[in-house]
Write a protein that binds this ligand. Structure first.
Ligand code: PEP
Ligand code: MN
Length: 264
């Protein structure tokens, strides 16, 4: 797969004066919750509203997402606020439903990137799409699996590609939920400098008070964007409660990141 300036085009076409910001709850919970967060993010730096509809939980018995009904809530959020909408897809049925509901950005989650069969199924279902497709790194620190995912989507003629760095599982206890292993993302960036690289500080840190520092590191490393889990009532969130920030905190984080940039 050749690197090509075409890869950046979708990002450049958004005409942003700041890093790309994707924000919204870990999971869509209710229609009211989705609409409340969408309206709170409307006049901020956020371009895409994210929400998980199908949630891949490591252990069974936890909240596994509201399913396709959530796509209707997101569509309504888009109509009411003008935000573009983004969700995770993990099989071809998810892809079909997401496309039927005008989802603008689809991402492949860390637990799917580890499976070449699943990635291929999604790539086939998305063949030739003009939607933005982002590939999260696999849960384990394996650059080849990440590259393989990108190559499969590229081979399916998906032009608006990008990657999300969400950190890697480790057996050791660290201050991170998923250790960043920045060098792996940098290696990928060196191989494909024109592939937009987005940092997911929420899943790297697992804690809202660490989001700013990890976001700052990502921007210092020239990342193109951030995906930050945001919820109007984070403590009550049905998944990933400890890492979600309020819309107000998100606005403050973006402001502080900008001030840091201007003063360095
Ligand atoms: C998510 O974005 O909510 C998610 C499940 O992320 P990951 O695939 O990185 O674990
Ligand atoms: Mn999450």
């Amino acid at each position: 797969m050749e690197n090509s300036p075409q890869m950046r085009k979708w990002l450049d076409d958004l005409g942003l004066s700041h890093p790309l910001v994707i924000a919204g709850p870990c999971s869509a919970e209710t229609e009211a919750q989705v609409l409340e967060i969408a309206h709170a993010l409307k006049d901020t730096d956020v371009t895409y509203l994210r929400a998980g509809i199908w949630k891949p939980r490591t252990r069974p018995g936890m909240f596994e997402g509201v399913g396709a009904i959530g796509l209707k809530w997101m569509q309504r959020a888009k109509e009411e606020t003008g935000l573009l909408i983004a969700t995770e897809v993990a099989n071809k049925d998810h892809v079909k439903l997401a496309l039927d509901h005008d989802v603008d950005l689809l991402w492949i989650g860390a637990r799917s990137t580890v499976s070449p069969f699943i990635v291929q199924e999604i790539a086939d279902a998305l063949e030739g799409t003009d939607k933005v497709v982002l590939v999260k790194n696999p849960v384990n620190p394996d650059l080849s699996l990440w590259l393989g995912g990108i190559e499969r989507l590229h081979a399916s003629n998906i032009k608006k590609l990008g990657v999300i760095h969400r950190g890697f599982s480790t057996y050791e206890k660290t201050k991170y939920r998923n250790i960043p292993e920045w060098q792996l993302a940098i290696e990928l960036q060196n191989k494909f400098p024109d592939l937009p690289l987005i940092c997911d500080p929420s899943h790297i840190t697992g804690k809202r008070d660490m989001i700013f520092d990890v976001s700052q590191t990502a921007l210092d490393l020239n990342y193109d964007g951030l995906i930050i889990e945001t919820h109007c009532n984070p403590e009550e969130a049905w998944s990933d409660a400890a890492q979600q920030v309020t819309p107000k905190s998100l606005v403050q984080i973006m402001k502080d990141l900008r001030i840091r940039k201007e003063t360095t």
